[in-house]
Design a protein around this ligand. Structure first.
Ligand SMILES: O=C(O)CCC(=O)C(=O)O
Length: 259
């Protein structure tokens, strides 16, 4: 399975609507891939808190519709990153979308761990409560968003639900770049899975983004890593590698503290 991660630069001066159509074109350019992954909140910017209310969309709003067309045109599975979802009761969620190559909505994931402690996303958004996996022809995706990366129990839950490839859509700040790389590798090693960590680039709301999206294999090796700017990373995921790693080094079978 060929996967492409599009590390999108979010800078002030580009409207959400023009970024949406620019990103749709970038997705269409990845038609040689099977799976395309976008970052967290690439529409508005992960730290643009004052725009969350004004840019919130229903689940079937412009981001979902435009990404569905792009997925269908490219003929790819598209993890369309996340956007600010306004639910029926008015509350906001940081919601990730997965679209099929036919442009159908295959899965959604509402970010469970909100970032900001007692401010920002943590107070503006409601938390999701449901783990999400998506069965693709060669890999089962387990979905996570940004701060979720710090919570290994979420990933163990995804392993138990059958995930073989974790997709982490993020808007990770540059000042904690070392944690981004370390935790992506840690999740891959402990869960013996591929990890596709796709972050934002650029600077918005005064927060420089880390970039450095990466793909890690089930042994913890980094297969590819982007630099700080907008970039596309393309890697081949070996369909047998997760099972082979789990068989040759069966540490997951030795778990004793399952809840
Ligand atoms: O955990 C971190 O260091 C970054 C998390 C974050 O920026 C987010 O979840 O939006």
């Amino acid at each position: 399975m060929r996967a492409s991660l599009i590390q999108i630069a979010v800078n002030e001066g580009e409207s959400v609507a023009s970024r949406r159509s620019r990103v749709a074109d970038l997705v269409r350019e990845q038609s040689a891939s099977d799976l395309v992954v976008l970052p967290e909140l690439w529409t508005v910017g992960a730290f643009a808190y004052e725009q969350f209310e004004t840019e919130a969309e229903p689940l079937d709003g412009p981001t979902c519709q435009e990404m569905a067309r792009a997925a269908r045109d490219a003929g790819v599975w598209l993890h369309a990153g996340s956007f600010v979802e306004r639910a029926g009761d008015g509350s906001l969620y940081n919601t990730a979308l997965v679209l099929s190559p036919e442009g159908e909505l295959a899965a959604t994931y509402r970010k469970i761990h909100r970032f900001g402690f007692d401010q920002g996303e943590a107070v503006l958004m409601s938390p999701g409560d449901t783990l999400t996996t998506v069965a693709l022809p060669e890999q089962t995706l387990g979905l996570a968003t940004c701060y979720d990366l710090r919570f290994p129990e979420l990933f163990r839950g995804l392993v138990d639900a059958g995930a073989t490839t974790m997709v982490v859509a993020a808007g990770w700040p540059a000042r904690r770049l070392a944690h981004w790389t370390l935790l992506s590798r840690a999740r891959a090693v402990e869960d013996q899975c591929y990890v596709l960590s796709c972050g934002l680039a650029g600077t918005h709301a005064g927060v420089e983004q880390a970039g450095h999206s990466l793909v890690v294999d089930p042994w913890g090796e980094i297969l590819a890593q982007a630099g700080p700017g907008e970039d596309v990373l393309t890697v081949e995921l070996d369909p047998g590698k997760v099972a082979e790693t789990r068989e040759q080094f069966p540490a997951l079978k030795d778990r004793r503290l399952r809840r």
